[in-house]
Every structure is written in C-alpha cells, then in structure tokens.
Design a protein around this ligand. Structure first.
Ligand SMILES: CC(C)(COP(=O)(O)OP(=O)(O)OC[C@H]1O[C@@H](n2cnc3c(N)ncnc32)[C@H](O)[C@@H]1OP(=O)(O)O)[C@@H](O)C(=O)NCCC(=O)NCCS
Length: 140
C-alpha cells in the first residue's frame, strides 16, 4: 500500500481528525480545537492514502530532552497495516535526543511495547475529567 507521510498541517481535514478520534473511542473535540492542538505541537504526522487522510499522531516537546505523544489514531479500515508503526517511528526519529512518554488506551499497550516502550511505575496525572478516566481504566 503506497502511503504519503506529511509533517505539514492540512488546510482542511480537521473534521476527519475529530471523527476518527471519536470512531476509535479516543477523546475528541470540535475540529478547530484539534487544529490548534496540532499547531501547538512540536511534531505532527499525517498519513494519506490516495489523497485521503487515514492516520495521524503528534508529539508535544521542548525539542531537546522531553516529549509526549498524543492523538495517534488510524481509521479502522486501515489499522494493522503498519501505519501506526510508521507514525510512531517518524515521531521518535524527529526528536532523536528526547525521552518519550505517553499513556496507551487500555488494551493497546502491546502495540507500544513492540516499539520499545516500557511501562512506567510512577506515572502520575491530573485529568480534568478524572472520574471518566478512572471509569475507562486509565487511573486507579
Ligand atoms: C493502536 C493503533 C495506533 C496501531 O496502529 P496500526 O497501524 O493498527 O498498527 P501496526 O499495523 O503498525 O501494528 C504494529 C504491531 O502492533 C500490533 N498491534 C496493533 N494494534 C494492536 C492492539 N490494539 N493491541 C495489541 N497489538 C497491536 C500489531 O499486531 C503489530 O504487531 P506485529 O508487528 O507483531 O505484526 C491503531 O490500531 C489505532 O488507531 N487504534 C485505535 C486508536 C488507538 O488505540 N490509538 C492509540 C492510542 S494510545
């Protein structure tokens, strides 16, 4: 499958970002909110297949030693074809001196494990929607 990988933010397609995150059960917002989040990120990756946006991901970072990965999602029909791996590898190689953290969707840990991620023992978080994040299995 021939895919195109872009770091530049798309002019449109923010509706697809919102819809994809919703479809895969991740937090989603109005399209303009995602646009702002990606604009304010250090590294953004967008994957296209025949001109159609099919996956994306981003990292916030100081650009030197710390980074965090968010909003990695592939449209369901294009999952398990190596696109998620491509996105993560692109993000990691774009910030070669950084440590990376992320929190995986419950059940998706093995995807990240295969890419070299290890479970953190002391990860802590303040979530605005704390009850919901507990209910969904992210926190104690
Ligand atoms: C999780 C996700 C990003 C993985 O991307 P993908 O393109 O489907 O995965 P890849 O094809 O690159 O898979 C790479 C490896 O991870 C494994 N893998 C993929 N999804 C997995 C999952 N849900 N659970 C466990 N392993 C998984 C694959 O089997 C593959 O293993 P292999 O190399 O031994 O064959 C994608 O399925 C997705 O968008 N899921 C819904 C949203 C989501 O959960 N995002 C992550 C938020 S933390």
């Amino acid at each position: 499958m021939e895919i195109e990988i872009k770091h530049e933010l798309p002019d449109s397609d923010w509706e697809i970002v919102s819809q994809t995150l919703k479809a895969v059960g991740m937090a989603y917002y109005e399209p303009h909110v995602h646009k702002k989040a990606f604009e304010n990120s250090h590294t953004s990756i967008f994957v296209y297949y025949i001109g159609r946006l099919i996956g994306f991901g981003r990292a916030i970072s100081d650009g030197v030693y710390q980074a965090a990965i968010y909003d990695v999602a592939i449209i369901p029909e294009f999952q398990k074809k190596g696109i998620g791996t491509t996105i993560i590898k692109n993000i990691l190689s774009n910030l070669p001196s950084c440590n990376f953290i992320l929190y995986a969707m419950p059940g998706k840990e093995d995807f990240y494990r295969k890419l070299g991620f290890r479970k953190m023992k002391t990860g802590m978080a303040v979530f605005r929607n704390a009850d919901n994040m507990k209910f969904r299995g992210f926190t104690e």
